[in-house]
Design a protein around this ligand. Structure first.
Ligand code: HEC
Ligand code: HEC
Length: 488
């Protein structure tokens, strides 16, 4: 009865509304001009809003992913037991570290993550600034990359489906790379002195340090001899449970390959793509604000169509072509040893040695980009608005670059930033054609980018399954990183 009453009211109201406008009312809201334009773009580009993985994604409850989480949060994987993967890739910091440039080993406070993390002044190679020359990308959605990992793609899928890593020459396959790109990548942070290896293990090559760490955790071989007092029962029990091999020995289970595999499965479970944009593409026209819709049109349309052509590089449902482009990103920090003074970063050129690849970097995915700042391969932009203005007008952005946006202490080579970045802007491969845009349009673009955020990435409750905290049973060796820092 009640329902019928309500229905009849709706019908009557609809009838009057219909009379007033002189048209027959439709039950679904009218699509705006913006919606119609976007619908045609979505259709013609075959967008679904859901980026597809090429392999099966493990659930975070998967026993191997659970083991991977413990490993990811463990300082046991660093030479001096002071740094973990999570040091630079915390889920509550957008899967990164919220720093322009990372600080790995020898931090003043090893468990302090994010802003305020500093390098010990008496540590090897200390210069008062961050130790790592590039910005830590997010581990979120890492399973969705098809071909390249790292800013310069130095872990990549070759045409013959083998995986190239920095351990082998360009175009070759690394027989130890493991089963996918994420597994392959996970074997490298431990080989970088600044990230995890530390400076006390110079006698070990890449494979040497990996095996040393596995042996130290497992309590066998020369790794055990170096630290005989460590309690090894904890990890043996965890590996036996995860691999469902209750009687296997540490030597058989706690191997560098199994460590990398588990780290990879944990990271691959971090798929966060339920965005307002996805809802919009699947038909919910209210999922985006009018400003975000304007932004979407600017983003998708070419310059001839009055757009900013962002989607020419940030294409498809994952918002990346997985290509390499030179967009003249400000070069700050220590650099990768390139250029006359060694403080430049030649990006993809470092791998291919082709002049056309100089200063090019992999197009980042923009899903959750709101959460993954600072932005750019060296973290030069600390606001999304400044980042977007750069993508629109790189020369002007570099000329007017606001150094005060960098709050991290001691970032190196700011005095030569403009001079060095100009080389990228002047290189023939420079890829942006600049156009005029209004402040309102920049706001629209930023609002569109914010519609690419999965709300889970903003919620500690939602992220809890991916976080290890002090309530979990702890490694008796004190190696589990219990993060401190803003927002943690
Ligand atoms: C000291 C900070 C630091 C630590 C510790 C660290 N990383 Fe990273 N990570 C980075 C930086 C910086 C990059 C980008 C490097 C580059 O592209 O040259 C990166 C890149 C990555 C990438 C590639 C992301 C992409 O989009 O291609 C993955 C995956 C990753 N790290 C996982 C890990 C894992 C697993 C560990 C632990 C074994 C780890 N990281 C430890 C800073 C760190
Ligand atoms: C020519 C290809 C290209 C075009 C066009 C382009 N981008 Fe980019 N974009 C890139 C590359 C490459 C990077 C990373 C460069 C680097 O770090 O050196 C990037 C970085 C970004 C970032 C930072 C992401 C991060 O995780 O650090 C944002 C945000 C972004 N672009 C948005 C846009 C917007 C908005 C537009 C349109 C106004 C646009 N881009 C146009 C290639 C492009």
């Amino acid at each position: 009865m009640d329902v019928l009453n309500k229905l009849s009211i709706v019908v009557v109201l609809a009838f009057f509304a219909g009379c007033n406008s002189g048209t027959t009312p439709t039950p679904t809201p009218q699509k705006s001009e913006q919606d119609k334009k976007l619908a045609s773009i979505i259709k013609s580009r075959g967008l679904t809003g859901v980026p597809k993985a090429t392999s099966t994604i493990p659930a975070i409850t998967d026993p191997i992913a659970q083991l991977g989480k413990r490993l990811f949060f463990s300082k046991s994987l660093s030479g001096n037991r002071d740094t973990a993967c999570v040091t630079c890739h915390h889920p509550q910091l957008g899967g990164g570290d919220n720093l322009s440039l990372s600080v790995g080993v020898d931090a003043d406070i090893p468990d302090l993550l994010g802003p305020g993390r500093t390098h010990r002044i008496d540590a090897m190679h200390s210069d008062g600034g961050p130790t790592v020359p590039r910005n830590a990308p997010t581990t979120f959605n890492i399973a969705l990359w098809k071909t390249f990992l790292f800013h310069d793609g130095r872990v990549e899928l070759n045409a013959d489906d083998t995986i190239r890593t920095p351990d082998v020459a360009f175009n070759n396959g690394d027989p130890q790379a493991g089963i996918n790109l994420v597994h392959a990548q996970a074997r490298f942070p431990v080989t970088s002195k600044e990230e995890m290896k530390g400076f006390a293990h110079d006698d070990k090559d890449n494979q040497g340090i990996r095996e040393f760490l596995a042996q130290r955790m497992g309590g066998y071989g020369s790794g055990h001899a170096a630290d005989p007092l460590l309690d090894n029962a904890y990890w043996l029990e965890k590996f036996r449970t995860a691999f469902n091999q209750p009687n296997a020995t540490a030597e058989a289970l706690i191997t560098e390959q199994n460590i990398a595999f588990a780290l990879g499965e944990y990271q691959r479970s971090q798929v966060f793509t339920s965005t307002p944009w996805q809802k919009y593409v699947s038909g919910d026209t209210n999922a985006l604000s009018p400003s975000a819709k304007n932004g979407a049109l600017l983003f998708m349309n070419t310059s001839e169509e009055g757009g900013a052509n962002c989607a020419s590089c940030h294409s498809g449902d994952f918002f990346t072509d997985e290509g390499f482009h030179n967009i003249g990103m400000p070069q700050i920090g220590r650099g990768k040893g390139n250029g006359a003074d060694g403080v430049e970063d030649f990006g993809r050129f470092r791998e291919t040695k082709l002049e056309i690849d100089k200063f090019t970097f992999r197009t980042p995915s923009l899903i959750n980009v709101e959460m993954t700042g600072p932005w750019g391969h060296a973290g030069a932009f600390t606001s999304l608005e400044a980042m977007v203005r750069h993508d629109l007008k790189p020369q002007q952005s570099v000329d007017n670059y606001d150094f005060s946006q960098l709050s991290q202490n001691g970032i190196q080579n700011l005095d030569v930033m403009k001079e060095n970045t100009q080389k990228a802007l002047d290189h023939p491969n420079f890829a942006i054609s600049e156009q005029q845009f209004s402040d309102a349009q920049v706001t629209d673009l930023v609002n569109f980018l914010k519609a690419l955020t999965d709300p889970c990435t903003k919620s500690k409750t939602c992220l809890t399954p991916w976080i290890l905290d002090s309530k979990d049973d702890l490694d008796p060796n004190g190696d589990q990183l219990v993060p401190m820092g803003a927002g943690l």
